[in-house]
Write a protein that binds this ligand. Structure first.
Ligand code: XMP
Length: 500
């Protein structure tokens, strides 16, 4: 292993994505028939093995919703207040389901301005109105607001009052659809015998479940979401707020998961009955020993990557890290025997790197730069010389650490510098921009499409088969040059390739 080899001056070799290729093999696998399903953690399965990074220019509620719809999983970043992060979890959990079990509601004395704000925040078109015992008394939709100029008016003045078309709790999907169609309405509140609101079914949710057949959902049919925490200070309070809001997995997200505080946080979360239904993922590590420690602390998933990220400077600032293919191979040696899934985090530049990560021993991969240019990532479009870009920055960058207008930055403690003032912070990341890529659906289609091609070439119908059958060949700088387009001036941009 690394430690003993280094001690004897037999330095191990570290390889990364660009150092290897996958051997083509005998195949009868059709790319479109390949099954890309895999495990994020012990209990969370995804149809598509992609996670969006817990970074403030990659994953907030909107990206998490889009990732889950595409069959992956979003990890909400933690560089914001506990309340704001918990609210993002709530946003995802309420966003779409066969039935919304805890619909967002309003009251008769709320103002239209408040209704408008709630609808905007949750991207919904109307709210059931309830009394203080949660009995349904009406419904207010954007049709009631459309021609309204006075936003201080009360809901009571404009809402549609009972009797409304409602359904009983436990109504079947077909019966609900029939009721919606018969009465030409878009929302069907579900009420119990006492008239209390117990759920909501909307036309939109029906069309969405047809539109997103791969969506990552929990047992109640709600989209799944993960969220990052630290291990320092109010991290425990944060974890409890996220669990309360319904998070599916907590990621103890630090630059060094082999640190005592991180291992203790993983163990403490695993031991608490409040977290019984939540998977706990720890990271990041880049050695077998680091992964082993997380496994022993009880982690349900292990995140691997020290310094491979496109915005990372850890390897130059601290001189520490392991090239990512070797890091994944080493970590998998501890995780595989224990049945703990591995997340390969950072350093992926092209779709072909996904299959390389899986063959190295990862079960899923986490992406930052490949997703930061999506419509759903936080931040505005920036126009430069007629081209569109979006901001992308490391969570260890000065910008992320300096919190800008927020109450406080939580990103310093990811780098174990929670105790230093902003002007004494030693950054381990940079800030910049990436080209705008359009909606996640198009980006994910190309990434998963690339993985399907890998599976076809290798002859693997499933991810476990890919992990078993996939074999690497090591290449040289000349081989890498040959791999990329050469001896041509590209005139048309491909949707899945850009020269850097
Ligand atoms: P990619 O290559 O997908 O990497 O852009 C995303 C991953 O990079 C990690 N990350 C950082 N690492 N300094 C670092 O050393 C940073 O400032 C930084 N910010 C993010 C993180 O693991 C992410 O998922």
């Amino acid at each position: 292993d690394f430690t003993s080899a280094a001690r004897e001056h037999e330095l191990p070799l570290g390889l990364t994505y660009d150092d290897v290729l996958l051997l083509p093999g005998e195949t009868d696998v059709n790319p479109s028939a390949a099954d890309t399903g895999s495990w994020v953690s012990r209990r969370i399965r995804v149809a598509v093995p992609l996670l969006s990074a817990a970074m403030d220019t990659v994953t907030e509620g909107r990206m998490a919703i889009a990732m889950a719809r595409q069959g992956g999983l979003g990890v909400l970043h933690r560089n914001l207040s506990i309340e704001d992060q918990a609210q993002q979890v709530d946003l995802v959990k309420r966003s779409e389901a066969g039935m919304v079990s805890h619909p967002v509601t309003t009251t008769a004395d709320a103002t239209l301005g408040e209704v408008d704000a709630l609808c905007g925040r949750y991207r919904i078109s109307g709210l059931p109105v309830v009394d203080d015992e949660n009995r349904l008394i009406g419904i207010v939709t954007n049709r009631d607001l459309r021609f309204e100029t006075d936003m201080d008016r009360r809901v009571a003045e404009v809402m549609t009052r009972m009797p409304l078309v409602t359904g009983p709790v436990g109504i079947s999907a077909d019966d609900a659809m029939a009721l919606l169609a018969q009465h030409k309405v878009e929302k069907l509140p579900l009420v119990d015998d006492a008239g209390r609101l117990r759920g909501l079914i909307t036309v939109k949710d029906f069309t969405k479940s047809e539109k997103y057949p791969l969506a990552t959902k929990d047992d109640a049919g709600r989209l799944r979401v993960a969220a990052a925490i630290g291990f320092f200070d109010d991290a425990w309070k944060r974890a409890m707020a996220l669990v309360e809001a319904g998070v599916d997995a907590i990621v103890v997200d630090t630059a060094n998961g082999h640190a005592r505080g991180v291992l203790e946080m993983v163990a403490r979360l695993k031991a608490d009955p409040v977290c019984a239904h939540v998977d706990v993922i720890g990271g990041n590590v880049a050695t077998r020993a680091g992964a082993q420690s997380l496994v022993e602390a009880g982690a349900d998933g292990v995140k691997v990557g020290v310094g491979p990220g496109s915005i990372c400077t850890t390897r130059v600032v601290a001189g520490v890290g392991v090239p990512q293919v070797s890091a994944i191979m080493e970590a998998a040696r501890a995780c595989k025997p224990a049945g703990v899934p591995v997340i390969g985090d950072g350093g992926l530049q092209y779709s072909g790197d996904i299959a390389k990560a899986l063959v190295a021993g990862a079960d899923t991969v986490m992406l930052g730069s490949l997703l930061a240019g999506c419509e759903e990532s936080p931040g505005d479009l920036v126009f430069i010389n007629g081209k569109q870009f979006k901001q992308y920055r490391g969570m260890g960058s000065l910008g992320a650490a300096q919190s800008r207008g927020k109450a406080r930055s939580y990103s310093k403690d990811r780098y174990f510098q929670g105790d230093v003032s902003d002007d004494k912070f030693v950054p381990e990341g940079v800030e910049g921009q990436v080209p705008y890529r359009g909606p996640l659906s198009a980006v994910a289609y190309q990434l998963v499409g690339g993985l399907r091609q890998s599976m076809f070439y290798v002859g693997a119908a499933t991810v476990p088969q890919l992990q078993d059958k996939g074999q690497f060949v090591r290449i040289t700088a000349a081989g890498l040059k040959e791999s990329h387009p050469h001896d041509i001036q590209m005139t048309v941009e491909a949707p899945n390739y850009s020269s850097k």
